[in-house]
Design a protein around this ligand. Structure first.
Ligand SMILES: *Cc1c(COP(=O)(O)O)cnc(C)c1O
Length: 353
């Protein structure tokens, strides 16, 4: 058991905060003064420390770089109007991190390191949490295999890291999405439910090809028929069909998003029926033609709720006037207001640092 006091802290001599304009920052480009680091050796986690954000010294033979035992998480910290720091549902991310670790044959991280480490790191860098509306501090935990040998086997050594990145509002236009019919992201028995690095490396070509034809991202489909809908980029997907919200079920081929689960709770609070089930693209296309496909949106930590204004399937283009939508924009306001302390936190989602 690692106690809070076992985390050694080395503070930076000079904060980089004064060099930065927190009003105007692109996502994930700037990092705070400190990071958390821990090493897994001889079957246990040791050397838990918080220290100035810095480079790692790595050997070219580093196992993670060759064989891909690398997992990550993403969550956000906010400040309320009184200046208190909160993290949105960090225990969900902690549990998912260990699910990803188990699937990638990596050691689990104890709660004392993940949660307590996060608390101390954020407490130290809390001046970096932007207090403006729609701004937050993005938290990126990472675990990589650190054996330095070329044999293909699960690594004996690992490194756990947490970095923090202040982030501004996500002003994106409503998205244009193409239904993917050639490439596959996840199949039953695979690693689709894990937040492991390879899932993103494997998805980039599809996204690049979609961009070449004017689309922002692809909507992944099942490996066999390319008809059963999965998710989009780093977002889960929701459809509103004739007043009922539907979203693909957690079948091991989608990432179980914390925003997805929060959205389901809030949509139910709005009084909407929500179904988690298999969804076929033909059902969506038929609903569009009948005029019963009301809204499509994505959910994820980075974008929160992203409206989808265009969905392309084969040669068929489904277009929407998102200005007329009611539910997705309301959902976005509710989540943002809970996170920023303007709406009651009924479900205990905001974890005080
Ligand atoms: C992270 C991620 C999501 C969204 O998860 P949140 O917990 O809501 O941020 C959805 N899909 C994929 C593939 C992801 O990596």
């Amino acid at each position: 058991m690692i106690e809070a006091m076992d985390i050694s802290i080395t503070k930076t001599k000079r904060s980089k905060l004064e060099d930065l304009d927190l009003e105007n920052i692109p996502f994930g480009k700037y990092f705070t003064d400190h990071m958390l680091e821990a090493d897994y050796r001889n079957g246990e986690w040791t050397n838990v420390e918080i220290k100035p954000y810095q480079s790692l010294l790595l050997e070219p033979s580093l196992s993670a770089l060759h064989y891909g035992q690398a997992i990550f998480e993403g969550m956000k910290a906010y400040k309320d109007q009184q200046g208190n720091a909160f993290i949105f549902r960090p225990r969900e991310n902690f549990h998912r991190f260990n699910l990803s670790a188990a699937r990638m044959n990596m050691p689990e991280i104890p709660e004392e390191i993940f949660i307590e480490g996060l608390r101390q790191l954020i407490d130290l860098d809390k001046e970096w949490i932007p207090s403006k509306q729609n701004h937050s501090l993005y938290i990126r935990p990472l675990m990589i295999a650190t054996d330095t040998a070329l044999g293909v086997k699960p690594s004996d050594n690992y490194k756990f890291l947490v970095m923090l990145s202040p982030t501004g509002p996500y002003y994106a236009e409503p998205m244009k999405i193409a239904v993917e019919e050639k490439y596959t992201r996840a199949a039953p028995g695979g690693v689709g439910y894990a937040k492991n690095a390879g899932n993103y490396g494997g998805s980039m070509l599809a996204a690049t090809e979609a961009k070449q034809t004017g689309y922002d991202q692809v909507l992944w489909t099942d490996a066999f028929e390319h008809k059963w809908l999965q998710e989009v980029g780093m977002m889960n997907v929701f459809f509103i069909l004739n007043g009922t919200v539907v979203t693909p079920t957690e079948d091991g081929c989608i990432l179980a998003g914390v925003t997805r689960s929060s959205a389901i709770t809030l949509l139910k609070e709005m009084g909407l029926p929500v179904e988690e089930r298999r969804i076929n693209i033909d059902e969506i296309l038929d609903a569009y033609k009948l005029g019963t496909l009301e809204e499509i949106f994505g959910t994820g930590t980075a974008a929160t709720i992203a409206l989808i204004q265009e969905l392309k399937y084969k040669d068929y283009i489904m277009e929407f006037d998102t200005d007329k939508w009611k539910t997705a924009p309301l959902l976005r306001n509710w989540i943002t207001d809970i996170r920023e302390g303007r709406r009651e936190d009924k479900y205990g989602w905001m974890w005080k640092v």
